[in-house]
Design a protein around this ligand. Structure first.
Ligand SMILES: [Fe+2]
Ligand SMILES: [Fe+2]
Length: 277
């Protein structure tokens, strides 16, 4: 509990999302809004433009010809993919701040987050789950609370693990007991501070304990478990917590998960540029 006031200050001090990322959210809210406005905002930021073009030209997208302008990227990849690239580029800098408190190697939280985001789209494509404009972002940012909390978890790790091992606390509850807040709640507070839409705030808050009526939080919860099962990221004491309920709600069977995980391995082989940290 002793850290809670400093954590509130840390949230305020986290740099805001770049203007372009905020613009993406307003476009997701209003599909009729003009994507050219987004291109104009990105063009003002040369470093971001260069990064986005680098990602567009990476092996992951497998384009036959080189993209040299944002307009071309928009035409060849489409608005949805461009949004995803912008959000991936914009959130990378926060994950760089994540410490080692969660027993994660440097860059592992980033890889876990990108893998969850890619997997959310594979699930939609391969199993017929509904498209949702916020799903990719919710999966990408579900653990954003760890960016701040990792410092505190690191200093209190022994106490947290003692609760998990000796008293069978779920990790999230042990975090809350020792630090005063868990990473899901903290992530939701960051999302509120950044004026994220309500759907995204809720999905981040519920990613370990999903409301089965909330499609995004169920899907993100499942992506989180699947990537942990694949060894991408860690989830102490998570096992397959809540997996059966979520799969039932989403109408998925084990065979669906297996084929999606195979596809994710393939995509990750091609995603070297996306995973740069
Ligand atoms: Fe988490
Ligand atoms: Fe996670």
């Amino acid at each position: 509990m002793k850290h809670i006031r400093i954590i509130a200050k840390d949230i305020k001090e986290l740099p805001p999302l770049p203007e372009v990322a905020q613009k993406v959210f307003s476009l997701l809210h209003d599909p009729k809004s003009n994507v050219q406005d987004l291109v104009k905002v990105i063009q003002l930021d040369q470093a971001m433009t260069a990064n986005i073009l680098r990602l567009c030209n990476s092996a992951y997208f497998g384009l036959k010809r080189k993209i040299s302008s944002l307009q071309e990227a928009l035409v060849l990849l489409g608005q949805k993919k461009l949004h995803e690239i912008i959000m991936t580029d914009s959130s990378n800098k926060y994950y760089k701040k994540a410490g080692l408190g969660y027993n994660l190697e440097k860059g592992e939280l980033w890889k876990h987050s990108v893998a969850c985001a890619l997997l959310s789209q594979i699930l939609v494509q391969k199993t017929g789950l509904p498209e949702d404009p916020f799903l990719f972002n919710a999966a990408l940012l579900h653990d954003i609370g760890k960016v701040i909390l990792s410092t505190y978890v690191r200093t209190e790790y022994d106490q947290i693990i003692r609760l998990v091992k000796e008293q069978q606390y779920p990790f999230l509850q042990a975090e809350k007991e020792i630090i005063g807040i868990d990473h899901a709640e903290l992530g939701a507070r960051i999302a509120e501070e950044w004026n994220f839409p309500e759907a995204l705030v809720e999905a981040i808050a519920q990613h370990h304990v999903p409301d089965t009526e909330n499609y995004i939080s169920c899907t993100v919860h499942l992506c989180n478990l699947m990537t942990i099962m694949m060894g991408i990221g860690t989830g102490y004491g998570l096992a397959d917590y809540g997996k059966d309920d979520v799969m039932k709600k989403l109408g998925l069977k084990e065979k669906h998960l297996e084929s999606c995980m195979v596809e994710l391995w393939d995509e990750l082989q091609q995603a070297e540029e996306l995973l740069k940290y």
